[in-house]
Design a protein around this ligand. Structure first.
Ligand code: RI2
Length: 318
């Protein structure tokens, strides 16, 4: 059976997420929840069963967009598990309410984890960042709010140079920024007190899946004796890894790495563009969440508390 067509707002959100016009694990989660609310508000369903089927189909459209960031399926899970009611109007209301609550909780969680991460930073610290993470930035923002003077060494983070976004956001809060190319990171670590990264997914064994280059940075930080933390709200915890599944690493378009003209001038080369890598727990000092900080190896206890023994898939056909 083919899926019912989602309302235009869902298709537009899915396209924007896939094209990375909307990006960052938490931002993607908020967009997905709001898209489900838009589906609930606009869908023309003549029965509760038709309404539920249209919501599941919309969720599947959103789910297909980016495979690695678990915040997206966690957002879908949160909203669809609260899709309750005996008639279409009640279902509609409950979906919209759940999406609103989910987005509010995201904002609250970011602020809470920011304060925890900030406690790890000292006045005068220099922090190295990788890519652009709103959760990681929240830690620096909270440290600045606590009156600490923080400066940053920002890796540009090829291939999409998302470090530029981080640099801009840090300048907005008057944090002095030094931008470096990725290959200068090990040298620059001599000047760094803390490495601070985000996460797209956290596995049950404490492995951190984040933007490509994080694992190399973590190994270098460990070798240099520089502490490294991951700032990740609990929507980044990957419940399927509780039952032995691995996290799929998204492979993106080769044109992000090299443009066609340059490639042609080099000659016949293969190009690979994995968007993420896995940092083993032994190279990460702490995972900072809205529930406090955890040694990576103990994150599984929090995962069990929040998700039980495994992951529900409420967007699947019954
Ligand atoms: P927040 C991003 O992925 C980066 O890898 C970043 O560390 C992570 O999401 C978390 O971002 P992408 O969407 O949720 O840029 O902390 O591929 O904003």
């Amino acid at each position: 059976m083919t899926d019912p067509e989602p309302v235009p707002a869902v298709t537009e959100s899915a396209e924007a997420i896939a094209a990375m016009e909307i990006r960052g694990a938490a931002t993607i989660a908020a967009e997905a929840a709001e898209a489900l609310a838009a589906q609930a508000e606009a869908v023309d369903a003549d029965s509760p069963a038709a309404f539920r089927a249209s919501m599941r189909a919309a969720a599947r459209t959103l789910h297909r967009t980016r495979p690695t960031a678990v915040s997206l399926p966690n957002a879908l899970r949160y909203v669809l598990q609260r899709m309750e009611g005996h008639d279409v109007e009640a279902l509609r209301r409950n979906v919209v309410r759940a999406a609103e609550t989910f987005v509010d909780q995201l904002d609250g969680a970011r602020a809470d984890l920011g304060r925890v991460g900030a406690n790890r930073l000292a006045d005068g610290d220099t922090v190295m960042t990788h890519c652009h993470s709103t959760d990681a930035l929240a830690c620096i923002e909270a440290a600045v709010d606590q009156g600490k003077s923080i400066s940053a060494i920002v890796k540009e983070t090829r291939p999409r140079n998302q470090g530029h976004i981080t640099a801009e956001r840090l300048r907005d809060i008057d944090v002095p920024v030094t931008l470096v190319v990725d290959s200068a990171a090990r040298r620059a670590l001599d000047e760094v007190d803390h490495v601070l990264v985000g996460a797209d997914s956290i596995a049950a064994d404490g492995g951190v899946i984040n933007k490509i280059g994080t694992s190399g940075l973590a190994v270098n930080a460990r070798e240099r004796g520089v502490p490294i933390m991951t700032a990740a709200q609990t929507i980044k915890l990957h419940p399927e890894t509780l039952t032995g599944h691995t996290v799929e690493i998204e492979m993106r378009d080769e044109s992000e790495v090299i443009d066609d003209d340059v490639r042609e001038s080099i000659g016949d080369v293969a190009v690979e563009n994995p968007a993420f890598d896995v940092t083993p727990p032994r190279y990460m000092d702490a995972i900072v969440t809205e529930h406090g900080q955890f040694p990576p190896e103990s994150i599984v206890t929090l995962m069990r508390e929040l998700f039980g023994e495994g992951a529900a898939v409420p967007w699947a056909e019954p």
